[in-house]
Design a binder for this molecule. Structure first.
Ligand code: NAP
Length: 258
């Protein structure tokens, strides 16, 4: 299926590794020109080399997307994207009693306010051009909270509520805004969560990995390629009637009927 987005431009945030990189890769395969960001330059440049193999233009912006400077640099390199993929690292796990105001503000900045501010910067121009696709990478925690990730549960649900309203205003102009909710995907983030939880459970990381992956109805963790392809579809020309949705990619582990 040709997704009809060849020659479009995407800003993919936090894309040197993991899910963001998966999204950038699937978009590159569809012929989308890219601006990708991350804080560290080494993995970012290495990812750019791989993405360029698809014959698209790839610009890199090193910076923290959760800061004003990081967003300004990303938008300077890509002031008017057709596609925006919002992503950033997730907040750390922990005990809610230990999170002070500063900790909360950091989580809200990263996982709620940064995507909202980036949308504010680019959505009006998408509306004027009558094409735009925004995909927010949030978390399965939006649908089923993860106790030790209270900062994530709170901040991402705030973003989800905001997007639910905005996405109904923009779709008339062929600008859709949706979120992808990852369950467990095989990335560095998952590996660091496994380390935290293995310690708490008195198990080795490998023991916990086996237990968790076998407990998933799919019998495994997801792959970044699967995640990236779902993102590319939501960014496709064909997906113009899908907006305000929260697509859970979790191998079926959420137990509800819908
Ligand atoms: P990952 O493998 O650790 O990759 C994170 C990527 O984001 C890296 O490229 C990292 O590069 C970049 N990054 C992190 N913070 C950034 C920042 N402030 N500014 C710019 N770039 C930044 O993580 P992941 O598993 O792909 O997770 C992506 C998001 O999905 C996270 O918010 C995570 O909480 C969420 N999530 C993941 C899973 C999962 O199973 N993997 C499940 C639920 C939710 P630098 O470090 O160089 O900046």
């Amino acid at each position: 299926m040709d997704l009809g987005i060849r020659g479009r431009t995407a800003l993919v945030c936090a894309a040197s590794k993991g899910l963001g990189r998966g999204c950038a890769t699937s978009l590159a395969r569809e012929g989308v020109n890219l601006v990708i960001t991350a804080r560290g330059t080494e993995a970012l440049e290495a990812t750019a080399v791989e993405l360029k193999k698809f014959g698209v233009s790839v610009k890199t912006v090193a910076g923290d997307i959760t800061t004003a400077d990081g967003r300004e640099a990303a938008l300077k390199a890509c002031p008017s994207p057709d596609i925006l993929v919002n992503n950033a690292g997730g907040p750390p796990p922990g005990d809610w009693r230990e999170w002070d105001r500063e900790t909360w503000i950091k989580a809200l900045d990263a996982n709620m306010l940064t995507p909202i501010l980036l949308m504010r910067a680019v959505v009006d121009a998408m509306v004027a051009r009558k094409f735009g696709r925004v995909v927010n990478i949030t978390s399965g925690a939006v649908k089923a909270p993860i106790p030790e990730l209270g900062l994530s549960n709170g901040a991402r649900t705030g973003l989800t509520g905001f997007v639910a309203g905005l996405s109904r205003k923009t779709v008339r102009h062929n600008v859709t805004i949706n979120s992808l909710l990852p369950g467990p995907f095989e990335t560095d983030r998952l590996r660091s969560n496994l380390v935290f939880n293995a310690k708490a459970a008195g198990k080795t990381v490998e023991e916990l990995r086996k237990i968790r992956s076998e407990a998933n109805p799919a019998g495994r963790f997801g792959t970044v390629e699967e995640f990236g392809d779902a993102c590319a579809y939501l960014c496709s020309a064909q997906a113009g009637y899908i907006t305000g949705q929260n697509l859970l990619l979790d191998g079926g582990s959420y137990p509800g009927t819908f």
